[in-house]
Design a protein. Sequence first.
Length: 85
Amino acid sequence: MYNFNWFLPKVINLLFQGLVNSSDPDLHLELVQLKMERIKLQEEKLECKRMMILNRAGRKSVPLSSKDRSILPDGRIVVRTNNDR
């Protein structure tokens, strides 16, 4: 599969500047789909960077101790807070 990531921003800019004939609905749809895919990939990349920063900083979620949780007979898990004690 070819990687057109370098080409996509140029085509999108041309489309929105009106230099590409946008009367072709298939072309317009394909360009919008490419733009959405690019945005999705950027969001995933940012989320990965955020997770790396958090891991590097050691800010992992603190697991609840088992004394704060109890499993009811119907299978539900109840978490007690300081206010419940």
